[in-house]
Design a protein around this ligand. Structure first.
Ligand SMILES: [Zn+2]
Ligand SMILES: [Zn+2]
Length: 211
């Protein structure tokens, strides 16, 4: 119900809301960044706002060095999560596990503690039932904007050990693949029978060269 939004207990009690962008402000930004407003944007903005609030992070832009986000799906929702948490693939602060699940884990690098927020399996139906007279996506958008956090999401504290080579700003030696000669960063090489190889030459191919 509007105005009845429940909140997860924040990590830090001295939280003030005035510096936090509102749902409406984030949705405007998400629409521009993603190219359209959709139910996924609303759900993703809500999901990441809950994650940030639970970690006690008021301003993800100011505190960008504090956050690494792991996403578990490459769909609309992911763009909104990355926007709110201010994490990007190109900054190495966004990590992708291709698990097909509407969930994200926000890691506070200052504590090593993370919070995983997952959309409840029931949330979609709950949203559909709320505005049955509306078009499906429009009804879901409206419902996702007003349903309380605990009807939309499961939230759990967790530990995530982010290896040093996965951290934004990691500086390490760059090695060259003994087979293809291409450079490999971030310790992604494999040693096979004493040879240092890139993942592709070691057999983890996602492409095949045309003959
Ligand atoms: Zn979309
Ligand atoms: Zn190679």
């Amino acid at each position: 119900m509007p105005g009845a939004r429940k909140r997860c207990p924040p990590a830090a009690p001295s939280r003030t809301d005035h510096q936090v962008k509102t749902l409406e402000e984030y949705l405007k930004l998400a629409e521009v960044a993603h190219g359209h407003l959709c139910a996924g944007q609303v759900l993703g903005v809500r999901l990441a706002m809950l994650g940030m609030r639970t970690l006690g992070i008021e301003d993800p832009i100011k505190e960008r060095k504090r956050i690494v986000t792991y996403v578990e799906i490459d769909r609309c929702v992911t763009d909104a999560v990355a926007l709110v948490a201010n994490c990007r693939l190109g900054k190495r602060s966004l990590k992708f596990f291709d698990w097909g699940k509407v969930a994200a884990t926000f890691v506070d690098l200052s504590t090593g503690r993370g919070v995983r927020v997952a959309a409840k399996e029931s949330s979609k139906q709950r949203a559909k039932d709320m505005f049955p007279e509306m078009d499906k996506d429009a009804g879901q958008q409206k419902a996702y904007a007003v349903l309380p956090d605990d009807e939309l999401f499961d939230t759990a504290w967790c530990q995530v050990s982010v290896p040093p080579e996965d951290l934004p700003g990691f500086k390490g030696p760059r090695v060259v693949c003994a087979q293809c000669g291409e450079g490999i960063n971030f310790k992604r090489e494999l040693v096979v029978n004493g040879r240092t190889l890139c993942r592709s030459c070691a057999g983890e191919k996602y492409y095949r060269a045309e003959k």
